[in-house]
Write a protein that binds this ligand. Structure first.
Ligand code: PEP
Ligand code: MN
Length: 264
C-alpha cells in the first residue's frame, strides 16, 4: 500500500496549518466530566475529543470503562462544542455502537493491534464505511505487526488510516511507562510515507512531567498529530491519573511547542 496518495487525504481535508490535536480524558467517567472537558478544550487548539468508553486493562479488577452509555455523552459533547469525537473499539459490537453514535474517528488500542484475528474482525465490521481509523502500535516492539494491522484495514477498503505511536512495553526499568523506540515509527514512515503519524505522549510517559518534551521530539520529527490525555482534575481520574494534564496545561504546551515549517 506504500505511496498511495489516498491514504492521507483525510488529514488534508482538515486544512490545518499545524499538527492535528486530539485531546480528552483517558476514560469517559461521567456525563459532566465529558462535557466539562469538551467545553474547556474549546479554548485550546483541540480538533478532536478523545475518551475511552471500553478500557482494556492489563489486570482485571480495575475500572474497565462506562461502556456504551459513554457514547451518548460523546455525542452530546460533539453537538454542544462542534469538536469531532474519537474512541477505542476492540470488537465488531463496539464498531456498530460507535457508528450508531456518530463517532468520527475510531482508534485501535495497543492490546488489540497485536491480534490479527481481532483486527480482521474490526476491519470487516467497518467495510464500506470509509471511516478514519487510527492504529496504535502493538504493545510489543514489532514493526511487522503494526504494518500488518494497517494492511488489514487497507485491504478491507478502509483507506483513511493513521498510525499512533504510544510506545512499547519492556520488562526493564525505564524512565518511561512505555519505551518510545523512536526508530520503529521512523521505519514505519519509511514503508508508508503518506500515512499520518500521531504521537500519544501520555501512554509513553506514564507521568505528566515528560509530556512536553515528548511532544517537541515528535514535532521535530515532523509527526502529523498529537493525542494527549486531558482531564479537568487529573489526580482524580479513574484511569491513568499520573499522566493526564488539564486543558489549561494543554493550551500552555501548544503555545510553547515549536512546529517545524513545512518545506514545500
Ligand atoms: C488509551 O488510549 O487510553 C489506551 C488504553 O491506550 P493504549 O491502547 O495505548 O494502552
Ligand atoms: Mn489511558
Amino acid at each position: 500500500m506504500s505511496g498511495n496518495a489516498a491514504m492521507n487525504d483525510w488529514l488534508k481535508a482538515f486544512n490545518l496549518d499545524r499538527p492535528l490535536l486530539i485531546a480528552g480524558p483517558c476514560s469517559a467517567e461521567t456525563e459532566e466530566q465529558v462535557l466539562v472537558t469538551a467545553k474547556a478544550l474549546q479554548n485550546t487548539d483541540t480538533n478532536v475529543l478523545r475518551a475511552g468508553i471500553w478500557k482494556p486493562r492489563t489486570r482485571p479488577g480495575n475500572f474497565e470503562g462506562v461502556g456504551a452509555l459513554g457514547l451518548k455523552w460523546l455525542l452530546k459533547a460533539k453537538r454542544e462544542t462542534g469538536l469531532l469525537t474519537t474512541t477505542e473499539v476492540a470488537n465488531p459490537i463496539h464498531v456498530d455502537l460507535a457508528l450508531k453514535h456518530e463517532v468520527d474517528i475510531l482508534w485501535i488500542g495497543a492490546r488489540t493491534s497485536v491480534s490479527p484475528f481481532a483486527v480482521q474482525e474490526i476491519a470487516e465490521a467497518l467495510k464500506g464505511t470509509n471511516k478514519i481509523v487510527l492504529v496504535k502500535n502493538p504493545i510489543n516492539p514489532d514493526l511487522s505487526l503494526w504494518l500488518g494491522a494497517l494492511e488489514r484495514f487497507y485491504k478491507t477498503g478502509i483507506e483513511q488510516l493513521g498510525a499512533i505511536h504510544r510506545g512499547f512495553s519492556s520488562y526493564k526499568d525505564s524512565l518511561y511507562r512505555n519505551i518510545p523506540e523512536w526508530q520503529i515509527p521512523i521505519d514505519l514512515r519509511q514503508e508508508l510515507p503518506d500515512l499520518p503519524l500521531i504521537l500519544d505522549p501520555s501512554h509513553i510517559a506514564g507521568d505528566r512531567k515528560l509530556i512536553f518534551d515528548l511532544c517537541q521530539t515528535a514535532l521535530d520529527l515532523n509527526y502529523n498529530g498529537l493525542m494527549i490525555e486531558t482531564h479537568p482534575n487529573p489526580d482524580q481520574a479513574w484511569s491513568d491519573a499520573k499522566q493526564q494534564i488539564t486543558p489549561e496545561t494543554l493550551a500552555a504546551y501548544t503555545r510553547k511547542l515549536k512546529v517545524r515549517k513545512k518545506s514545500s
